[in-house]
Design a protein around this ligand. Structure first.
Ligand SMILES: NC(=O)C1=CN([C@@H]2O[C@H](COP(=O)(O)OP(=O)(O)OC[C@H]3O[C@@H](n4cnc5c(N)ncnc54)[C@H](O)[C@@H]3O)[C@@H](O)[C@H]2O)C=CC1
Ligand SMILES: N[C@@H](CC=O)C(=O)O
Length: 431
């Protein structure tokens, strides 16, 4: 069989790692596919940068779209990032030409997944994206192929390596948020714009893809309730620890009576739960099917981990694997009913910085009772440092209640004038 000529658009953390891995694993890939897999053309911004890879024998394109349109390639690997052009135009140009695409770009898939899948169907070229969700964990193929026999009820997990790295180091080493974020960037975990990580959007992009694969729906990132981690303080992580929990940024998609509830937010999980032990850049994805429930755990970000998934997809292209982008023809993907977040039920951690005067606790408990919210505990803490002595932190842990009841109670407490700054709310998952 002929060689598989690879066109690589983007030579950053992941692109350079893919280049090295294809080189390192060349003999194995050739033996398994019967074809030599070779990078023949690349597109990146900076020709002069030393990436520690030998680009002397590849054709260099200034414009990634030109690489996709005109390059002498059999597969286009998009590793530039971004949900617009040039990534979108590059992927579209390759698919329209009948060239299969491998991408790690979850932002692009979350925004344009349906359009790109239609193009893939029209031309018969595959669109492969294992690396777009949870880095090195093969969860896309698991959901799209291996678990086809299951009706899926819920898919959830830790889907962002940067956030889990930050939360782990803050909690374990009492480091500041910004020190941890800078380190995650240095290690190549964070997005080019790290606000996508820390504000929860990267997790939402991945959850949108998982939801489509699990429930046969059209990718719809706008259907997801999203909160990130930038508002979390060391005090919250310490309080969670004292109460027997770890804080994780979870993405959850679950079938409910009113539709599919999709949410991304910091979550307190009991310390004894396996997911609480998932630390650093590691991700975990739990899938609850009617026949099989399982959790996949592995590295969620970083050059080599992500390259592992990209190279697996290139291998699929080399061996001629076929299939629908999201497991079904686009015409059969349904538009998911959205379950409103206000109906979400669960426990809540609520930290209020309150005016330290008689009657404050009574006001708070009265407003909670007005909303039929039962309190598991109420603790007053006297934070040191920046908070003035006239204020105290009151931490409430509720039994299961609804989002709308919590929001109404907090609004009433704020209107009572006993709160000194914005309340902190963290949802709790428990046995
Ligand atoms: N870094 C990670 O751990 C993971 C990254 N991803 C995804 O992989 C993709 C690449 O990520 P990284 O390698 O981390 O990004 P990066 O920022 O390190 O590299 C991006 C590369 O694309 C090139 N590029 C960007 N815009 C370009 C343009 N207009 N024309 C030509 N070249 C352009 C840059 O020059 C650079 O070589 C993104 O979609 C990201 O979300 C997915 C999983 C994990
Ligand atoms: N920035 C992302 C990279 C992988 O998807 C993350 O931290 O998980």
């Amino acid at each position: 069989m002929s060689d598989l000529k690879v066109g690589l658009a983007g030579l950053g953390t992941v692109g350079a790692a893919v280049f090295r891995m294809l080189d390192r694993r060349a003999a194995e890939l050739a033996a398994r596919t019967g074809r030599a897999v070779k990078v023949t053309a690349v597109a990146a911004r900076d020709r002069t940068r030393d990436r520690g890879i030998d680009l002397s024998s590849v054709t260099w394109f200034e414009d990634p779209v030109a690489l996709a349109r005109e390059g002498d390639i059999d597969v286009l690997v998009e590793l530039m990032g971004g949900d617009g052009d040039p990534a979108k135009a590059t992927v579209a140009a390759a698919l329209d030409r009948g060239i299969p695409v491998v991408t790690a770009n979850k932002a692009l898939l979350a925004k344009c997944g349906v359009d790109l899948a239609l193009r893939a169907e029209a031309s018969g070229a595959g669109l492969h994206f294992e690396a777009a969700v949870a880095g090195g964990i093969p969860v896309v193929k698991t959901l799209r192929e291996a678990l086809t026999g299951n009706a899926i009820e819920r898919v959830s997990g830790i889907l962002n390596g940067t956030c889990n790295y930050i939360l782990t180091r803050m909690a374990d080493e009492k480091l500041s948020f910004h020190v941890c974020l800078t380190e995650a960037q240095r290690l190549g975990y964070a997005e080019a714009d790290p606000t996508f990580d820390i504000d929860g959007y990267d997790t939402a992009h991945k959850l949108a893809i998982l939801t489509s694969l699990a429930f046969g729906t059209q990718v719809d990132a706008d259907a997801i309730y999203v909160e990130g981690i930038r508002q979390l303080t060391l005090a919250d992580l310490e309080a969670a620890d004292d109460l027997g929990y770890k804080v994780k940024l979870l993405g959850v998609a679950v079938k409910t009576d009113t539709g599919i509830e999709q949410r991304v937010h910091p979550t307190m999980v009991p310390k004894h739960w396996p997911i609480a032990q998932v630390s650093g850049v590691t991700n975990a994805v739990a899938v609850d099917g009617d026949a099989v429930a399982l959790t996949l755990v592995g590295p969620g970000a970083g050059g080599d981990a992500t390259a592992s998934a990209v190279v697996g997809d290139i291998f699929d292209v080399a061996r001629g694997a076929k299939g629908f982008t999201f497991g079904l023809p686009v015409g059969e993907l349904t538009k998911a009913e959205r379950a409103p977040m206000q109906r979400h039920e669960g426990g809540y951690y609520i930290r209020l910085a309150v005016v330290n005067k008689p009657g404050t606790a009574a006001t708070i408990t009265r407003r909670m009772a007005d909303e039929q919210i039962s309190l598991e505990s109420i603790v007053q803490r006297q934070p040191g440092g920046a908070v003035a002595a006239e204020t105290a932190h009151v931490i409430l842990i509720t039994y299961a209640t609804t989002e709308e009841a919590v929001r109404r109670a907090i609004a009433a407490i704020e209107a009572d004038g006993v709160v000194a700054s914005l309340p902190q709310v963290i949802r709790i998952e428990k046995d």
